[in-house]
Ligand binder design. Structure first.
Ligand code: ADP
Length: 652
């Protein structure tokens, strides 16, 4: 059937892979950890070549800790003089050494008691010993994990050849068992030729915080056998070729990514145009002839061609097919990239697109789209293909699919946003209409209440006792407050966005009028008002006057200082003008600073500071009409600074 990448999770099988996983996840161990995927020499035994203690522990301890966490028996073979240091390093890196030693899960064995037991090193004895240790450990624990120092080899006159022979034998012992080993080679102690051999006999090496596939690996039977030089030449040539291929593949991939980026990030192109460019890039990259984006519904066995590159007899936008009659079924089955390079072999020879349309090869990926029909992005050809598609080609296609997914979801989101904005605007308009109608219609009965109260007071004042008089005063007061609120609500509902009313407004002149209108309030409080140099902006002049009137009047009203001071200023920003109205008044609790812009929201009682709670809502409405923003910086007791931005228009 169709090909797909092998992504099976091997983390539960104890092997070199899981050892590598420990290093990958460890924060101490930095650097690339090459995956072993596709590497032929499976071996549960690897070497760390290091030049400092830090390097040694950065690899060895996480490796061991992972074993302990997985319930394995862990053994560290240590030179006697290093024991304390190793223990300290384990503790430092979070291993509960004492508990682990006591339970037996962790063992620190000396070199004397292992490799040199009986006084000297014997290959066979040691191999047998490890076989026993593994058997005993795996009877009780999940697996056996070994970290072993090797410095004793140099000190105890064991030849490297001898040790390498042992290494290849011990490989056999570990092979097929639930056991892995990490040998530690301190480069500072070994002669260079020795390290050279170490490198040759270990398929995987850790050096300088990097886990590497070992190009120089020589299987033990070759290492010790007579044809060593021949094999070495084979390997060298093979490595050269492999490296060159890897380099070419990398630079191909890099070029592809650059082009993909160019195609998808062009701000001047529409989605359709980008898609066509993407089809072109895919056809070239995969050596195929046609690209298509299809809407698919696997449950309904349905596919509809949505976009295609170029003209084609069969594949045209709008063409509908059963999904199972297309190769896209393969991509839909696995919900990722799938390929077909030999339809007969892969049992696709009875589907419509093969039999009737003559499609010979296919590379396609499934594109799940949130909130919309899923898609497949596919490339096909009617030329028979000799080579299967590579993992790299599938990855490239998946990248393209991800971009398509992102674009489609973004478009969908954009559409939803536009609908929401339209709905909001509608309901906002309706609310405003309601507020207008209500406040307008309330005026008349309110006027009646006020005037009859007035009449009552004037005509019957002498007949009323003190309490009745007091009641009438309350009623008059209430009616007056209500009139103020209804009046303010009416002005609020009248703030319209009328772009045609926008024209050059001289803000200096606006402020002059505002100050003149508030002359009485200002003189009563002896307020000092300073106005900086203000610009001429494109705006609705009447609305700006309302805006500044509210801000200036609040700045004087919510102020217990003598004299109240108010500073009005403006600064030019790239896209807008920013005005500030700063006072030395009572200030606002920052936690409630957002509330004050809500309709009827007041932070004070009427007796303390009279008002209706609409002024700042009106300001916000006006500012929004001018594509601007309003906010306040304040601290209770330390005055408030209101900021207002007004977007610049072409005329500014
Ligand atoms: P009103 O002044 O009619 O109450 P506003 O909408 O203008 O209505 O203001 C809402 C609330 O914000 C006020 O009740 C007051 O608590 C607070 N406020 C407004 N401006 C200031 C200011 N400059 N300093 C302190 N508090 C203010």
């Amino acid at each position: 059937m169709s090909q797909r990448s092998d992504r099976s999770d091997q983390s539960d099988v104890l092997s070199l892979d899981s050892g590598l996983e420990a290093l990958r996840q460890s924060s101490e161990f930095r650097g690339p950890v090459e995956s072993l995927e596709g590497h032929g020499h499976s071996n549960d035994h690897f070497a760390l070549v290091y030049e400092s203690e830090a390097e040694q522990f950065a690899a060895a301890i996480p490796f061991l800790r992972q074993g302990l966490e997985r319930g394995e028996k862990c053994m560290y073979v240590v030179e006697e003089e290093d024991r304390d240091e190793v223990l300290a390093a384990m503790r430092e890196r979070g291993i509960d050494v004492d508990a682990r030693l006591e339970s037996g899960a962790l063992a620190l064995e000396s070199v004397e008691n292992t490799y040199l037991k009986g006084g000297s090193f014997s290959i066979d004895e040691m191999t047998d010993r490890y076989a026993d240790i593994i058997e005993e450990a795996t009877a009780e624990y999940e697996a056996f994990r070994l970290v072993a120092e090797t410095g004793w080899i140099v000190e105890d006159d064991v030849t490297i050849e001898e040790f390498m022979e042992y290494e290849s034998k011990v490989n056999d012992v570990f092979d097929g068992e639930d056991a892995i080993a990490l040998c530690l080679y301190d480069r500072r102690h070994f002669p260079a030729e020795g390290i050279c051999d170490v490198v040759r006999v270990h398929p995987h090496l850790i050096h300088d915080n990097t886990v590497c596939h070992n190009f120089y690996y020589t299987p033990p039977e070759e290492f010790c056998g007579p044809a060593k030089p021949d094999h070495e030449v084979d390997r060298m040539l093979g490595t050269l070729q492999e490296r060159t291929e890897a380099k070419t593949e990398l630079s191909d991939q890099k070029r592809f990514l650059q082009r993909l980026n160019e195609v998808t990030s062009d701000p001047d192109k529409s989605f359709e145009a980008k898609l066509q460019a993407l089809f072109e890039l895919g056809c070239e990259q995969f050596d195929l002839d046609l690209g298509a984006l299809n809407r698919v519904d696997p449950d309904a066995d349905h596919l509809e061609v949505e976009h295609v590159s170029g003209d084609h007899d069969y594949f045209q936008p709008g063409v509908e097919l059963e999904l199972s009659e297309t190769y896209c079924q393969a991509a839909a089955d696995i919900e990722e990239a799938a390929s077909v390079s030999d339809p007969t072999e892969e049992e696709f020879d009875e589907i419509t697109v093969y039999e009737d349309y003559g499609v010979e090869a296919y590379l396609g990926t499934y594109v799940p789209v949130e909130g919309e029909a899923d898609r497949t992005l596919a490339f096909v050809t009617s030329r028979p293909r000799t080579e299967p598609f590579s993992e790299q080609e599938r990855t490239s296609l998946e990248l393209m699919g991800q971009w398509v997914k992102y674009e489609l979801e973004h478009q969908q989101y954009q559409r939803e946003l536009e609908q929401t904005v339209a709905k909001l605007k509608q309901s906002n308009d309706r609310l405003k209409q309601f507020a207008y109608a209500a406040s307008h219609d309330l005026q008349e009965p309110l006027r009646m209440v006020s005037s009859y109260l007035q009449l009552l007071e004037n005509r019957y004042a002498d007949d009323l006792d003190e309490q009745a008089q007091e009641y009438i005063d309350f009623a008059v007061d209430g009616a007056n407050r209500m009139r103020a609120m209804v009046g303010d609500l009416l002005s609020f509902s009248r703030v319209e966005r009328a772009d045609n009313e926008f024209g050059p407004v001289d803000c200096d002149a606006v402020l002059e009028r505002v100050l003149a209108d508030h002359q009485m309030q200002i003189e009563e409080r002896n307020a000092e008002i300073s106005v900086g140099s203000l610009p001429t902006v494109s705006a609705d002049g009447e609305q700006l006057e309302q805006l500044f009137a509210n801000l200036v009047s609040n700045a004087v009203k919510y102020n217990e200082n003598a004299p109240p001071r108010v500073e009005i200023d403006a600064e030019e920003r790239p896209d807008c003008w920013e005005f500030t109205v700063a006072d030395n008044g009572i200030g606002i609790d920052p936690d409630r600073a957002d509330q004050i812009f809500e309709v009827f929201k007041r932070l004070h009682h009427d007796e303390q500071y009279p008002g209706t709670g609409i002024g700042l809502s009106l300001c916000q409405e006006i500012v929004e009409n001018h594509d601007g923003d309003i906010w306040v910086d304040s601290e209770p007791g330390n005055g408030s600074t209101f900021h207002v931005t007004l977007a610049k228009r072409a005329a500014d």
